[in-house]
Structures are given as C-alpha cells and as structure tokens.
Design a protein around this ligand. Structure first.
Ligand SMILES: *[C@@H]1O[C@H](CO)[C@@H](O)[C@H](O)[C@H]1NC(C)=O
Ligand SMILES: *[C@@H]1O[C@H](CO)[C@@H](O)[C@H](O)[C@H]1NC(C)=O
Ligand SMILES: *[C@@H]1O[C@H](CO)[C@@H](O)[C@H](O)[C@H]1NC(C)=O
Ligand SMILES: *[C@@H]1O[C@H](CO)[C@@H](O)[C@H](O)[C@H]1NC(C)=O
Ligand SMILES: *[C@@H]1O[C@H](CO)[C@@H](O)[C@H](O)[C@H]1NC(C)=O
Ligand SMILES: *[C@@H]1O[C@H](CO)[C@@H](O)[C@H](O)[C@H]1NC(C)=O
Length: 335
C-alpha cells in the first residue's frame, strides 16, 4: 500500500518557486456600454451595462428606468442624491438619443435596421491620473469619439459623420456635460467603487491544473492539453516547458468564465509522440505566491499506468488470498 500512495503522490502537481508572477492590474477601467437597436422607424430598444474591468457592476435594460445595482457595493460611495441626479440625466439622455437618431436617419436617408454601440468610461491609474474615452460605432464600425473637448469623426467614418460631429460640436451644454462625466464623475466613482469592493477585487483563488490528450493532430503526433481552472483574478501564465525552456508551439485558448466567477484556460502543444516525455506544463498565478504549479506529462501518465498495475496486483493478491482461505477451510472441513 505504501508503494501505491507513493505512486499516487507522483501524479500530484509539483510545486516550486519562481519570481515572475502575473499580478493583478493596478489600473481600473470603468466602461459604460450601450447597445441601441432600431429595427424600423418605430421599433427600438436600448440596453446598457457598466463594467469594472471584467466585472459587471450595473445594468439598465430597455424596460427599466434606472440602473440595477448588480453587486452589493455597486453604489460605490455615491449618495442617494448623486444617483438620483445620474438616473435623471440618463433618462433624459435615452429619450433624446432615440429621437436624435431617428431624426438623423430621416435626414441622411439611412436605411433600417440600425445598430448603434457606445463604449464610454475612464481608466483610473494607481497614482491619481486618469484617462477617459467615449466611442460610438454605427453598424459595427467606429464613427465618432469624444476627444478632450470636442467630437471627432473616426478616420473610417462615412462622410455624413462630418456633418453630425459639426452639429454635435455646436451644442456647448452637452459637451460640458460629457467632460464633467468623463473627467470628474467617472474617476471619482471608480475610486469610491474600488474602495467599496476592495475585498472582492482583491480576492485570490488558486488554480487547479490537469493534463489530457486532445484529438490527434496527425499520425505520429500527440496533442497535449494542459487545463487550468478555478483561478481569480484573470491574469495567468501557462506554458508547456522542456526543462526550463518554454515551448513556442504552446497554443493558448481564450480565458473563459466558470459559473462561480473564476476563470478557465487551456494550453495545447502539438508534439511528435516520442518527444512528449519530459515535457511539463507550468502555471504562474498571483494566488500561488510564487509557487508555480508544474505538471509532468510523462510522470502523470506513467504513474496512471503504474496505478492501474498496482490495483491489478492488489486485486490478484486479494483473489489469491480468498482462494487460499477457501481451500484451507474446505480442507479443514473434510478433516
Ligand atoms: C496603468 O496605466 C499607466 C498609464 O497609462 C501605464 O503606464 C501602466 O502600464 C498601466 N499599468 C497596468 C498594470 O496596466
Ligand atoms: C418593426 O420591427 C418590429 C420588430 O422587428 C416588427 O415587429 C414590427 O412589425 C415592425 N414595424 C413596422 C412598421 O415595420
Ligand atoms: C424600449 O423602451 C421604450 C421607452 O421606454 C419603449 O417605447 C419601447 O417600446 C421599448 N422597446 C421594446 C422593444 O420593448
Ligand atoms: C496626485 O495629485 C497631487 C495634486 O493634484 C500631485 O501633487 C501628486 O503628485 C499626484 N500624485 C501622483 C502619484 O500622480
Ligand atoms: C477634460 O479632460 C480633457 C483631457 O482628457 C481636457 O482636454 C479637458 O479640458 C477637460 N475638461 C474639463 C472641463 O476639465
Ligand atoms: C468617493 O471617493 C473618492 C475617492 O476616495 C473621492 O474622491 C470622492 O470625493 C468620494 N465621493 C463621495 C461622494 O464621497
């Protein structure tokens, strides 16, 4: 049994120290996303959401007339009055946005359906600086952005956008409002939000890793798959290694969300079958405190074979013992 335990232990991730650990970003970006669909001259809907980095903090569906606060700390440090003011502002904005787009379509003889997307917000730096952005896309193409103090057409925008931005730039009140929201409100809100959500934002969940075969890439080749799951925050480093050498053929998939808010990623390597031995998958993550996870391809697979063999031997021994015991008893009973 001691041998079996040892074999089982060999299959368990090997852990050792390393210095380059991906750390959580010190910059926080708040994004306000708006999607407006105009199916025809009468049917329209607008849905909005707000995101702090990868975390959705607010939503505002077409049917609702205020933001839904999705996290316990989504209010940040803004007071009820501040939220009321913002809600009122966005209600007015939504109505005028719909009206203005419908008028614009008439003016430029545009055709429905139309899809408009807006991405606006700010990136607050670890010190006290911040940068803001406000981009508008029409049918999936960037057409307009707010730059510093005025609206600018995007380089690839159709000619009518020039006219639109000129008209928008005449509206001093709206431009000042946008600057107030981008330069002052947004960074202030982010700082308060980050403070309020500190414990969740600083959460660290350790990854688990395991190896498997992928579908064979061709005769004589193996696709080795290294799965890493259950980690938080999102930045992670995963690489196939030959001793200390990174394998440039490592293919990393998208980092995908798990249902519990943690992340999953897989990294594959296409190798000639004989060269699989000695390869390992190495995982660095901020939650591991510098102790990388290292999984060896050969050992984990060799040990699986050995475990099966050990179990078989054990079963044979038990069967032999039972046989011997039964013979012994029947011999005794004959006596
Ligand atoms: C934070 O923003 C600053 C300024 O744009 C940039 O130099 C820095 O690389 C950013 N840091 C991270 C971790 O993204
Ligand atoms: C507008 O589009 C909606 C949704 O596609 C549809 O149900 C409605 O009949 C359309 N109305 C007109 C006037 O075309
Ligand atoms: C979206 O909301 C507007 C105003 O609140 C409403 O007139 C419209 O019918 C809604 N659209 C849909 C598709 O529910
Ligand atoms: C933060 O702002 C203050 C005053 O506005 C300035 O003196 C200080 O240098 C800034 N600190 C950083 C890290 O940017
Ligand atoms: C807002 O910030 C931009 C730079 O991002 C600057 O050009 C503009 O003057 C600022 N506006 C106000 C009102 O502070
Ligand atoms: C929220 O916190 C930020 C940074 O800590 C601060 O600049 C801002 O004034 C606060 N707002 C309120 C309403 O307390």
């Amino acid at each position: 049994m001691g041998c079996l335990t040892l074999l089982l232990l060999l299959g368990v991730p090997h852990v050792w120290g390393s210095s380059e650990v991906p750390t959580a970003p010190k910059n926080f970006t708040l994004r306000f996303l708006q999607i407006s669909s105009f199916a025809n001259s009468s049917w329209t809907r607008t849905d909005c959401s707000m995101w702090l980095g990868e975390l959705q903090t607010h939503s505002w569906n077409n049917d609702s007339d205020a933001f839904s606060f999705l996290l316990p700390w989504s209010h940040g440090n803004f007071s009820e009055q501040q939220w009321e003011k913002l809600h009122h502002l966005f209600q007015v904005y939504r109505i005028s946005f719909k009206r203005d787009v419908q008028e614009l379509v008439k003016m430029v003889h545009g055709a429905y359906p139309i899809e408009l997307q807006i991405s606006a917000g700010c990136e607050v730096h670890a010190g006290n600086g911040s940068e803001s952005f406000f981009h508008v896309a029409w049918q999936g193409i960037d057409i307009l952005s707010f730059q510093g103090t005025s609206w600018e057409p995007a380089p690839e925008a159709p000619p009518w956008v020039q006219v639109v931005s000129k008209v928008l730039n005449l509206d001093q009140g709206t431009k000042e409002m946008v600057q107030w929201l981008l330069n002052d409100t947004c960074p202030q809100f982010v700082r308060g939000l980050v403070e309020a959500g500190k414990s969740e934002l600083e959460k660290q969940e350790k990854p688990e890793a395991w190896l498997s075969y992928g579908p064979s890439p061709g005769p004589g080749h193996l696709l080795l798959v290294c799965h890493v799951s259950g980690f938080y925050p999102k930045p992670v480093w995963v690489m196939w290694m030959q001793r200390e050498e990174q394998q440039p053929g490592s293919q990393r998939g998208d980092v995908l969300p798990n249902a519990d808010g943690t992340w999953y990623v897989r990294v594959t390597l296409d190798v000639v079958a004989e060269e699989a031995a000695g390869l390992s998958c190495r995982v660095k993550h901020s939650s591991l405190g510098g102790k990388d996870i290292i999984l060896y391809w050969d050992r984990s697979h060799v040990s699986l074979g050995w475990i099966i063999l050990a179990v078989l031997v054990l079963l044979l021994l038990i069967a032999g013992f039972i046989l011997w015991f039964m013979r012994h008893r029947s011999y005794k009973s004959i006596l």
